[in-house]
Design a binder for this molecule. Structure first.
Ligand SMILES: Nc1nc2c(ncn2[C@@H]2O[C@H](COP(=O)(O)OP(=O)(O)OP(=O)(O)O)[C@@H](O)[C@H]2O)c(=O)[nH]1
Length: 382
């Protein structure tokens, strides 16, 4: 890229911003970004009213150094401890009832009720109870180890370990055969932990050696962009955001991807707003973002963030988003704060989409790739 023309194109707005002391963040590069025009629909040849906020370059001695995210492997092991803290009754209640000498109809009702209370959902609960009845009748054993093994295998089958839970975060090739970052669109209702999840996911990717750009396309709430920018800065990841509140989310998303292409990063993570009060508006907004992003290459992942504590209400939200955004994976947040782990089963059944990541707390590295075995073990051993 020609440095001089870059400076002329983008340096002036950057200087103006710097002069205003905007955000108080120093720009590390001279070539970033955007312009001051006022487009509504982004066009590859048209600058959009966005800016990229570079993470602070570490400067000795006063600047804080970048954080090193924790390794990703084994994070699911925290679930057991978190579930124990939240008093998850699912595994222990089922084991207690199943270990009784003679299982009466009341006992089977209790098992059914326990599963329903844990948000497993009516269909999967019926299946599980039928299979357990059959297995208990055939095996005829009530020895604790055997009961536990039986329950483990039946729960695991419900969670379905055969689903592909990998995240598509490998760069792709665009229509012209040029390299293009994997684009991950993150959707969900505000308050479910969406922005936090984007921040945590950036750390997961950084921990795995990927380069990342964040797009703050939730322009509805200014604090969301600030929040995202802070997450990125902690691990040296730049954030593309609207220059002012209420900017065009599709323009921000488009600029984030453009920035990702220019810098040849591996992944662009785009945070979006989710206002279910207005389904038509939400559809329009998400549809436009997807259309704009798909112009150069298909979106690699659309992750729906759901709050595990919201139960059936969360499922209703999930249906709307699945309709609108073509969801490819679920992120179930706040699994640490609920005894209702069964929602994993219900949401997968409802949408036919796998749970790919789970939120296990408010810590920066409390996001784990979902592992069915570790999940079921967590339920049984909590
Ligand atoms: N316990 C727990 N809290 C979480 C988890 N994920 C997110 N949170 C908390 O949930 C709250 C809401 O998170 P946000 O990321 O701001 O939610 P959002 O959906 O992005 O909302 P907007 O920024 O308004 O779009 C915050 O206090 C987070 O710390 C989790 O896995 N466990």
């Amino acid at each position: 890229m020609n440095e001089l023309s870059d400076l002329l194109l983008v340096g002036l707005p950057a200087l103006l911003l710097a002069g205003l002391g905007y955000l108080g963040v120093r720009s590390r590069r001279s070539r970033r970004p955007g312009g001051t025009q006022e487009p509504t629909l982004p066009d590859p040849s048209t600058p959009t009213p966005t800016q990229t906020v570079e993470p602070e370059a570490p400067r000795a001695p006063e600047a804080p150094s970048l954080e090193s995210p924790e390794p990703v492997a084994g994070r699911m092991a925290r679930l057991r401890e978190r579930l124990a803290r939240s008093g998850s009754p699912l595994g222990s209640r089922l084991l207690t009832v199943l270990s009784r000498d003679h299982l009466s109809e009341d006992d089977w009702d209790e098992i059914e009720e326990t599963l329903l209370l844990a948000d497993v959902g009516a269909g999967p609960t019926g299946e599980l109870v039928d299979q357990l009845r059959e297995r208990v009748r055939v095996l005829g054993v009530r020895e604790p180890g055997a009961v536990r093994d039986l329950l483990r295998s039946q729960l695991l089958a419900l969670v379905d370990p055969t689903l592909d839970r990998s995240l598509s975060t490998t760069p792709v090739t665009d229509a012209e055969g040029a390299p293009h970052p994997a684009v991950v669109l993150v959707v969900g209702v505000n308050g479910t932990g969406k922005t936090t999840t984007v921040g945590k996911l950036a750390r997961v990717l950084v921990a795995e050696g990927s380069s990342v750009v964040l797009g703050a396309a939730d322009t509805f709430r200014a604090a969301a962009a600030d929040q995202l920018q802070t997450w990125g800065a902690r691990v040296g990841v730049p954030t593309v955001r609207a220059e002012r509140d209420g900017g065009d989310p599709a323009a921000v998303a488009f600029d984030a991807v453009r920035r990702g292409r220019e810098d040849a990063v591996d992944v662009v993570l785009v945070d979006t707003a989710g206002r279910l009060q207005n389904k038509a508006g939400l559809m329009d907004e998400l549809g436009k973002i997807t259309r704009v992003l798909s112009r150069s290459a298909p979106v690699s992942e659309v992750l729906l963030v759901l709050d595990a504590t919201t139960g059936q209400n969360g499922l209703n939200q999930a249906r709307v988003f699945a309709e609108v955004a073509g969801v490819t994976g679920i992120v179930l947040t706040k699994l640490d704060g609920t005894a209702k782990g069964g929602i994993v089963v219900a949401v997968q059944r409802e949408l036919g989409v796998p749970v790919k990541l789970v939120g296990l707390g408010e810590g920066p590295d409390d996001l784990a790739p979902f592992e069915p075995e570790a999940f079921v073990d967590g339920l049984l051993e909590a």
